[in-house]
Write a protein that binds this ligand. Structure first.
Ligand code: ISL
Ligand code: CA
Length: 554
């Protein structure tokens, strides 16, 4: 197997709006990122994934793009971008851009043309249908709540939007759309960027005839009906042939609704499509069986282990995994699978990092995860801004499936706003994020959880992530080793081994606040301790609350 640079990389995701403000308007920006590049270098990550920085009316914080070749005014200028790219490269950091091409903004020039008339040259850039019996063309729901169709006055026809009304879906079956997108990608690549994270790329090929789907609890069929459509791989292979293959890139497809079998094609090591995908199966391990994501959490550790282990095992040697707990769409992992309590926050954050970072694949760290940042203590729904969480809550409430009080309790756990509060740089006012009023409030716990404090302390979560990254950088075993799960049924312990060319690793993680009896398996008695989140070795036969450690043997 030929080794690729992105297999041993660690990616740091920046959500620019919330990372660092440089001009006091309360919104993070490119100059702010430039200022913080040395911090990322210090952590040891070597690739930055930048959430969208393109011109956008911000209906969905930049995931609604009105010009792919311009920078969002609040974030800066193209000159700032060029400076960011050059500064990153000078520090040995690569930059992967978000590519949002399942849809554009309704304010994109193409859509402004498209909606004008049925015979406009841009009409077929989007997906237009006549209504059915005076209603929407089919029963598909938007990921953000309500129908996925919007009737447009100019022609009386409906356009498809799997996300907000301001995010009309592009028609990938139109070769002109593919030409435009590929040309635009090439323009960025010629600037010298190092790859793309492709937003909901699994949705670009819609099912033939746009048939109705099975309705969920809110009366609509899931937007994921469009996942892995009939021409999906054909379009990605075309993209690969015409664009990606001309460069040496990290490409990661965000693949809502992707299956393991599909991933063997998307992320095949033969390089015909993408480097890897973000799968969602493990994110669903704590979903409500009926209501799904927008319901209180149902934790099930054996299920989580089963999913992650199956992906580890089955892609081995065939395709490549991405490893993530968090991103800008998921609640904070410490609040989700660890403990946000004062006593165990840091230990559980390190446990979660150990569990993920010692697996096979490319790890992604979402800004603030390396500090063990937590969900925000929302006091009312009115404080929240996320279009997805609020839209889904409204649908559930209107159907009588949730009261406002239940909604608040649910959103406190689930809202995407939880990960979008400003990065906590220091204990000062607004956490060093801005000198003005931040667009989302700073978590009050920034006086305790912040980068400045953690950099000053050897046993901080930051320093622990740094160690895990450094280990990956020097051990092929961690990057490439074969994976095996032990104790699949155990309700609290996540235990696995890795093996590569005569080297072995045993990873033991306690996903609970209990002391759990555990004997190191036969054959591991002489192994050395590689890393752990508790200072010394604990009592024999016990794994302490939230403890994690790895044993190594050659
Ligand atoms: O995780 C999700 C489903 O469980 C959703 O939060 C998410 O909207 C979906 O995975 C698609 O995400 C991507 O596309 C959206 C954008 O809002 C998200 O921020 C982006 O990551 C539309 O562009
Ligand atoms: Ca700013």
């Amino acid at each position: 197997m030929e080794k690729k640079w992105w297999q041993s990389s660690v990616v740091y995701q920046i959500y620019p709006r919330s990372f660092q403000d440089s001009n006091g308007d309360g919104i993070g920006d490119l100059q702010g990122i430039i200022r913080r590049l040395p911090y990322i270098r210090e952590l040891g990550a070597d690739v930055i994934w930048l959430s969208p920085v393109y011109q956008s009316p911000n209906d969905d914080n930049g995931y609604d793009i009105s010009d792919y070749q311009a920078i969002m005014k609040e974030f800066g200028t193209m000159a700032d971008f060029d400076e960011l790219l050059a500064s990153a490269h000078a520090l040995g950091l690569k930059i992967v851009m978000d590519l949002v091409v399942n849809h554009t903004s309704d304010e994109h020039r193409w859509f402004a043309e498209s909606r004008k008339s049925k015979d406009n040259p841009y009409r077929d850039y989007y997906i237009w249908r006549e209504g059915k019996d005076g209603a929407e063309p089919n029963n598909w729901g938007s990921c953000f709540g309500g129908s996925a169709w919007q009737k447009d006055d100019a022609t009386g026809m409906y356009y498809l939007h799997l996300f907000s009304r301001k995010q009309p879906d592009l028609n990938w079956d139109n070769p002109a759309v593919r030409d435009e997108v590929f040309g635009m990608m090439d323009w960025w690549l010629r600037k010298g960027i190092d790859g793309f994270r492709m937003d909901v790329i699994s949705l670009i090929s819609k099912p033939e005839g746009l048939p109705d789907g099975e309705a969920g609890p809110t009366g609509y069929a899931s937007f994921e009906l469009s996942a892995n459509g009939p021409h999906e791989h054909e379009y990605l292979r075309e993209m690969n042939r015409r664009v990606l293959s001309k460069y040496d890139l990290l490409t990661v497809g965000e693949c809502a609704g992707v299956t393991l079998e599909e991933t063997k094609s998307y992320a095949n090591l033969d390089g015909s499509e993408l480097s890897m995908v973000f799968q969602f199966e493990h994110m669903g391990a704590d979903f409500d069986p009926v209501l799904g994501r927008y319901a209180p959490q149902h934790k099930d550790i054996p299920k989580l282990k089963e999913i992650l282990s199956r992906w580890q095992r089955e892609l081995d040697g065939i395709a490549w995994n991405s490893l993530y707990w968090d991103n800008h769409d998921q609640p904070r992992i410490v609040s989700r699978y660890g403990s946000a309590s004062e006593r165990y926050r840091e230990r559980s954050a390190k446990m979660l990092a150990t569990c993920l970072h010692l697996m096979q694949g490319t790890p992604y760290i979402y800004q603030g995860e390396e500090l063990g940042m937590t969900n925000y203590p929302w006091e009312s729904i009115a404080e929240m801004k996320d279009i997805e969480s609020l839209g889904n809550y409204r649908d559930l409430r209107d159907r009588g499936l949730m009261t406002e009080a239940e909604g608040l309790a649910m959103l406190r756990e689930r809202s995407r706003d939880n990960v979008r509060t400003p990065m906590q740089w220091d204990a000062g006012e607004q956490a060093g994020f801005t000198t003005g009023k931040p667009w989302l409030p700073v978590n009050p716990n920034h006086t305790v959880i912040n980068a400045e404090e953690q950099l000053s302390r050897a046993d901080s979560v930051f320093r622990y992530y740094q160690q895990l990254i450094a280990l990956r950088k020097r051990m092929d075993l961690i990057v490439y080793g074969h994976y095996e799960l032990l104790l699949p049924e155990h309700p609290d312990l996540f235990v696995y081994t890795r093996e590569w060319k005569g080297e072995r690793l045993l990873v033991v993680c306690n996903f609970s606040e209990r002391e759990v009896p555990f004997e190191v398996p036969e054959g591991w008695q002489d192994a050395e301790r590689l890393i752990g989140n508790c200072e010394e070795k604990g009592p024999e036969g016990i794994v302490r609350p939230w403890e994690a450690y790895a044993l190594y043997e050659k």
